[in-house]
Design a protein around this ligand. Sequence first.
Ligand code: FES
Length: 676
Amino acid sequence: MPSQPVFTDKSHLVVFMPSGKRGRFPEGTAVLEAARTLGVDIDSVCGGRGICGRCQVDITVGDFAKHGVKSELSSLSPLAAAEEKFKERRGLKDGRRLSCHTKLQGDVVIDVPSSSQVHKQVIVKKADDRKIEMDPAIRLHFVQVQEPDMHNPTGDFERLAAALHQQWGLDDLECDLRTLQALQKVLREGDWNVTVAVHREARITKIWPGFHNLAYGLAVDVGSTTIAMHLCDLASGAVVASSGMMNPQIRYGEDLMSRVSYVMMNPGGEKLLTDAVRDGINELIATVTQDADVDPGNILNAVFVGNPIMHHLLLGIDPTELGGAPFALTTNSGMTVWASEIGLTSNPDGRVYFLPCIAGHVGADTAAVILSEAPHLQERMTLIVDVGTNAEIVLGNNQRLLAASSPTGPAFEGAQISCGQRAAAGAIERVRIDPETLEPRYKVIGCDLWSDEDGFEREVLQSGVTGICGSGIIEIIAEMYLCGILSTDGVIDGSLAEKSDRVVADGRTFSYVLRRGENELKIFQTDVRAIQLAKAALYAGAKLLMDRMGVETVDRILLTGAFGSHIDTKYAMVLGMIPDCDLGHVHGVGNAAGTGARIALLNKMSRDEIEEVVKTVEKVETAVEPKFQDYFVDAMALPHKTAPYPNLSKAVTLPEAKTVPENGPEGGRRRRRRRT
Ligand code: FES
């Protein structure tokens, strides 16, 4: 414990920066105590014992006339023995002091660095410098517990609770049997000094003998295709390691519904799917902890987001009911479980939070997207599209929020496209077509050169040019339309075969040769159709929400999801995936669901916020809306049969509307080609 201050009748002015809070305190008052009295935010795990180093402050020297202070180094007590010891053990920057052991001897200006603030601001999104306030659900508290006494026969837990009350002001803490079972041993092992992890100021979740200073958390986005994980330091908010992997459930079905079908057709199959996703997550835990050199036992909190089927399977809940109308969720509320209950290899006594689901089709991942992009805090009418096998669409502002899911199918992810593939080295991701010659040029993942630049073939020798990923598919279809290769109805214009040998007959229809050679890559009429179906479903879903909202236009559009964030927004609009909007207000926002998970991990109040917001979201079932079919049919055209695209027309010269009969020279049967 720090030594007691020696008070004299002198008092000194202390000003804390950057808050500007100030007050007068008797000589000998510890700076930490003065800060606490004034409500200045300074961190501590050890409770002022000079062990944790979280309470560091900088002494600012100078004449601060506007504060009425002349601040000098001598305004503070010399380095205390505990500080010397800390400096020797862990290092202390010049001019830094441990505020718990530094006492006032004169007027002083004290700077609290952000690293010492409990509620520091951390940037969670580089793109727009989105900041949140650090306020994690798990806090560590070092306490000295009174030893048992024959004359005062209270239980060890009761004395621990009394110590937490006296030393940290924590009251009415719950303690589960699993924690009590370890309590006596830990107290004695620590010689009555222990560190306690407290979840949301309400529940003791873990106790260590002696001093323990490390707490980490996981933010995990469990997608049907990929799983993305961030390991975060719960003191600084920093992401210390990130990793991702394909969802191992893919072996039971490419898309969500095929996995539900697997469960329906194979009794007990849900267990295999649950084991697969949990194994994948544990593999990622091993990777991130190894990368950051973090003991998995120090992971004390985790936040998971995912679509309803992933959410249920990870929790070990049979998703069969989500396979058909009325798509009933077991629960749509946010929930917290023990890490051991879902078989995580992080600390089994960690708490794991699942964001709430919105509806049977719209899950916790969409809730996380809302938390990340915060349309509910904006006046601007915002359309958010999470592009994946299903597109989740959110529309609204601070007055009202609507959400829907639209069945786009896997075409945007490269499936159902003859030369489609997932985004990986060798996949074409960008395409341009010369409108005069119809010659293409492209870029592949893993190579910075365009295909018409010197050295391209040499650079791609190892990866090859293996197919087209989602963003490349969007671009080539849009470019084919802009160059007149595709009609407004999406038909490949066979008459151009006379002009370019890139347009070739393919049975009754035509195709466009993107790459010649051993691994020829062609866009077939069927590929164009698959993209048209997907984009029409997406547009029709957005249009339904706009109808319900009573708006003709939106103020901004955000594209998210692993794929959505790589799309060139201009091409997405040329294709008519999204409604017309000022292109300056259409952005890819990265993995917003993952960002939402991080926000919920680092700021516990955001969990309450999103739970409240989700209750207000109105769900629109696209499948039962009679207008959906009409909207869908109109949206098959490029970019749309009837909707004008005035903003897009300002940025891009759209071709004259033209119609081409879908009829090739042979009039033979249509061939369906697939790369294997
Ligand atoms: Fe822990 Fe000062 S509060 S070192």
